[in-house]
Design a protein around this ligand. Sequence first.
Ligand code: SF4
Length: 200
Amino acid sequence: MPPEKMKFFGVRNFGDIPQLSRLAPQTIRDMQVVAEVLPFRANNYVVDQLIDWDRVPDDPIFQLTFPQRGMLREDLFQRMERQLARSSDRAEIDAMAHAIRLELNPHPAGQKTANVPVLDGEPVPGLQHKYRETALIFPSSGQTCHAYCTFCFRWPQFVGMEDLKFATDESRRFLTYIRMHREITDVLITGGDPMIMSAR
Ligand code: SF4
């Protein structure tokens, strides 16, 4: 049997997931509200193979993947809920989502600067070098995941907050830096999920 084609679900099409008909309409509505603010991505493997729908909402993979009301502060949840009730205008909803995201502390201190090494007087994009033998690479093509975890603290990079992305650039200066630092014996490739990067 040929492998099943990967299908992704997000805020715009999660209504296509047949198993959701088992849930109360209010639960689905809550998901919609949260997913307008925080990134939501699942796929048919997670939905069909990993979640035990007889145990939803307690199923741990469901909890890990699907948005839940408690992920947003109640006042922020209600703001988006009111927005969706007021208008279906995409620009208005996106503007509200952006305003709410800015209240969620998407700029943790030092996220883009801590442990970033310097080469020729300039920071090396997409590389962190904290421990002597270990370097972390954040490849630009590994900035997404096959599904998003509900606890993810890297969520701003998944909702288009580009200024918060931390990734290697075309100059590939991280390679030069690693070659020059012979003490580095371990390289961790992280992201997002680098396991879904193209091999080419
Ligand atoms: S970056 Fe890590 S925690 Fe965040 S969604 Fe991807 S796998 Fe999950």
